[in-house]
Write a protein that binds this ligand. Structure first.
Ligand code: TYD
Length: 201
């Protein structure tokens, strides 16, 4: 597949969306860039997002995993794959690793099951590079002003999620960049841009 697929991952409030924007801006003029996010990123997936994040909904772990995977299937087939086929750089705020960390590990559904489910949903599409922003749980949650259904989970849940991302990165170092998020946004952006530029050469 031509194109280059970058996913940003990390706990809630790690500053991902800021870094997504800064990276996209830095690549402008060099490559065609598509910025997108999960859950969401396509019309159908944005509707599923509303169902998933509504704090008034009670959703069990399996239903949650299936809804995230359904949203992802639509997003991949309508937005991400077509953009990669046109040689674009796709920058996605969260992807499969979020399902592995939140549903597989923190909701206890099991890493293997969630991984398989997502292989089916994405037809085996994986990012070329995953950037994990590593933030302390307290600092992350402190930033959520109107917590959505996931952010309403307690500090223990978010601690487990954060550790899960680091574990995933450790298992496949070549496809990950882990950046400590307790630095200035400019310093973080610089580290990310260097790594991405190197890989786009
Ligand atoms: P969002 O407001 O987009 O959070 P953030 O700014 O932290 O990315 O909410 C998305 C929430 O959904 C977030 O808590 C992570 C969670 N999530 C999953 O549990 N599984 C997934 O597969 C994805 C993509 C997100």
């Amino acid at each position: 597949m031509p194109g280059f697929f970058i996913a940003f991952e990390g706990g809630d409030g790690a500053g991902k969306s800021t870094q997504v924007k800064l990276l996209a801006a830095a690549l402008q003029g060099k490559r065609e860039v598509v910025v997108t996010r999960e859950p969401g990123g396509s019309d159908v997936a944005e509707h599923i997002r509303e169902v998933l994040l509504n704090p008034n909904h009670r959703i069990d772990g399996m239903t949650e995993a299936l809804l995230f995977a359904a949203a992802r299937a639509d997003h991949v087939s309508k937005v991400i794959r077509p953009a990669l086929e046109q040689n674009r750089v796709v920058i996605c705020d969260r992807f499969v690793d979020s399902s592995i960390a939140y549903q597989g590990v923190a909701r206890n559904l099991g890493i293997e099951m969630v991984r398989e489910l997502n292989q089916i949903a994405t037809n085996n599409l994986m990012p070329d590079l995953t950037i994990v922003l590593d933030v302390s749980t307290d600092a992350g949650l402190a930033r959520a002003q109107e917590p959505n259904r996931m952010e309403n989970e307690g500090a223990d849940f978010h601690e487990i999620v954060k550790d899960a991302f680091i574990e995933l990165a450790k298992q496949e170092l070549a496809r990950y960049l882990v950046v400590a998020a307790n630095q200035s946004r400019e310093a973080i952006a610089e580290i990310i841009l260097q790594e991405v530029s190197e890989r786009l050469k």
